[in-house]
Ligand binder design. Structure first.
Ligand code: FUL
Length: 417
């Protein structure tokens, strides 16, 4: 890498909106729609709106569950690939307005937006570009108009939005009018993150298992390899140099929508914690899907698991034994007395960029420094797990950095029994 390129890299920093988004760490994804009533994942757009009748729908239950589990934002599938719209759009009659639910007077997007505002968590929308119902999809220009009108309704009517989720599935080889779409986002929701297409401000991590590779750098230059499609290589020029990753995964293995009798697919709390450590713990954001059932409620078993997961995060990381912050090549904390520890969580001041490139973590045990582990990227957060040691002090020595390291926090924990 040439020196000038390296210097340029060092200067890449997040926008204020990206910083705020990365601080949220945990989002809940919510796949709900006509598929929920058809026991399917990818409807062809032929299922009758009369099937949609979630007569116990309570978006507050969805959002409250997310909030109680410690999630900070919530993303609803306003339109999945089947084209069925969860808001009463003027663009098509393939929507809730043609369903028996609330006699066609309901609006799921509005109910979610209201619930998020009441609970004080961020609201985002997923709007599939690929539309298997809409006849004009075959005509790119006409469909661009149609899709932009849909987006305009959503962007202008339900904000503020923290994220717009553009799903690349089904769109391989298809060009949409991204400059026009991005103009709409900028006009109505300038603070919203744009997921993975157009001029993205956040990126797909490259799998649907909820885990980020390590290292998972935030800079676009070092992350292109993990992008979803060829499309992302043709990003619009205004795509920023800082593009953090979001890790999406459903709480029921490989199932984004609800299906009957599949509680056995629920991930265990241990599996969810493994996912947490490899997403949030690798500096990325975790977007965990929990799908409402045909009543329009999150199933009790899923809520129980979600809350158990949130509880376990708090149990492990809610109380630090000691914490420090500061600038320079060494961050060191002193434990109140010799303590058993098994995790250290480090956060960089990413407002100043991703400065740490290599580090070693050490514990002062029986009068000498013992190496616990080594790492490269820290970024927003790095969770290091290691076998239990009884230590008086912990230090991180930065071995390589792009500029003087700025550590927002380094904290030691005992998570195991
Ligand atoms: C994929 C879609 O095809 C799935 O149905 C789901 O929406 C997932 C989040 O993204 O690309």
């Amino acid at each position: 890498m040439s020196i000038s390129r390296k210097l340029k890299d060092q200067l890449v920093v997040p926008s204020l909106e990206q910083l705020a988004w990365q601080d949220m760490e945990l989002g809940m994804f919510c796949h709900f729609g006509i598929n929920t009533f058809c026991d399917q994942e990818w409807g062809e757009g032929k299922d009758a709106p009369s099937l949609f009748n979630p007569d116990g729908l309570d978006a507050k239950q969805w959002v409250r569950s997310a909030k109680e589990a410690g999630f900070r934002y919530f993303i609803l599938t306003a339109k999945h690939h089947d084209g069925f719209c969860l808001w009463p759009t003027a663009t098509t009659d393939y929507s809730v307005a043609s369903s028996p639910w609330k006699e066609g007077q309901g609006d799921v997007v509005q109910e979610c937006a209201d619930a998020c505002r009441e609970e004080g968590i961020g609201f985002g929308i997923y709007v599939s570009p690929w539309d298997r119902h809409e006849p004009c999809y075959a005509d790119p220009q006409k469909y661009d108009d149609f899709y932009c009108r849909q987006l305009e309704e959503l962007l202008s009517g339900y904000g503020p939005l923290v994220e717009i989720w553009f799903d690349g599935a089904g769109s391989e080889g298809r060009e949409y009018d991204w400059p026009r779409i991005m103009d709409l986002v900028k006009r109505y929701q300038p603070g919203a993150m744009v997921f993975n297409m157009g001029a993205p401000t956040i990126r797909w991590v490259g799998n649907e298992d909820g885990v980020a590779p390590y290292p998972c750098w935030n800079t676009a230059d070092s992350s292109r390899g993990s992008m979803f499609s060829e499309e992302s290589l043709k990003w619009l020029p205004e795509t920023p140099g800082w593009v953090p990753a979001e890790c999406d995964v459903p709480i029921r293995k490989d199932r984004w929508f609800w299906h009957p009798d599949e509680e056995h697919l629920l991930l265990s709390v241990d599996q969810l914690m493994e996912i947490y450590n490899r997403s949030v713990g690798h500096g990325a954001t975790l977007l965990l899907n929990v799908a409402p059932d045909q009543r329009g409620l999150l199933p009790e078993a899923d809520v129980k698991q979600l809350l158990a997961f949130g509880g376990e995060i708090k149990r492990r990381f809610g109380h630090a034994l000691a914490e420090c912050s500061g600038s320079g090549e060494v961050a060191q904390l002193t434990l109140p007395q010799a303590c058993v520890i098994d995790h250290v969580v480090i956060m960089e001041e990413i407002a100043h960029g991703e400065r740490v490139r290599q580090y070693v973590l050490e514990a002062f045990v029986d009068g000498e420094w013992l190496e616990l582990t080594r790492g490269s990227a820290i970024g927003h957060k790095k969770i290091d797990a290691f076998s239990q040691v009884t230590a008086d002090k912990v230090r991180m020595r930065v071995l390589e950095s792009a500029a003087s390291p700025k550590i927002k926090s380094m904290a030691a924990y005992r998570c195991g029994e």
